[in-house]
Design a protein around this ligand. Structure first.
Ligand code: GSH
Length: 178
């Protein structure tokens, strides 16, 4: 959206000063948190996406299509993030797959089911809602494009791989590390 912003990195492993740093900004003491120009705060990645996307081409105006966007964003929070992001956290962020080996297999199996749902959908459509690039795609892109870091092989998911490439080629795409 070309909105200027300042990015403040937060250590996701060392959580010693979490309460002091984030407690007044988000009662759940989690990131991401968006601080608005007027000093108000907003947390939950998908609430932030919705706030920024209102009135832009990234959120359809039609009520049904908007609800479909939410359908995928709730799917991202309920099914996708708890499996793909958590497996990646154990394997790639903490580098401790052994410590979590009792639970890791189940997380990865559930994550593969989620990827199957996405694959089936993307076999017949270019984006998740109304053939239009929206915040539903952005929400799902986040932990899908780094899924291999959580031990997920994307080779059996060609439609997802094509969608990832399509996402990367969208105008205004900014890689995570920039
Ligand atoms: N549902 C939240 C999840 C937020 C979340 O779990 N954030 C992680 C880091 S990515 C966090 O802050 N966890 C607590 C912690 O690190 O202490 C969202 O999508 O924004």
């Amino acid at each position: 959206l070309n909105i200027p912003y300042e990015r403040i990195p937060v250590d996701v492993v060392n959580r010693d000063n979490r309460q002091e740093m984030l407690g007044e900004k988000n009662p759940a003491v989690k990131i991401p948190i968006l601080e608005l120009d007027d000093g108000r705060y907003l947390s939950e990645s998908n609430a932030i996406l919705w706030y920024l996307a209102r009135g832009t081409k990234y959120l359809p105006g039609d009520a049904y299509q908007q609800a479909k966007v939410f359908q995928w964003m709730f799917f991202e929070q309920n099914s996708h993030e708890p499996n793909l992001a958590v497996a990646r956290y154990w394997v790639w962020v903490l580098q401790q797959p052994e410590r979590f080996r009792d639970q890791l297999g189940a997380k990865q199996a559930a994550g593969r089911e989620v990827l199957q749902v996405m694959e089936r959908t993307l076999l017949t459509q270019t984006f998740f809602v109304a053939e239009q690039y929206s915040i539903a795609d952005i929400a799902l892109y986040a932990y899908t494009h780094v899924a291999p870091e959580g031990g997920f092989d994307l080779e059996p998911f060609p439609a997802i791989r094509q969608w990832l490439a399509r996402m990367k080629s969208q105008p205004g795409y900014v890689p995570m590390d920039e």
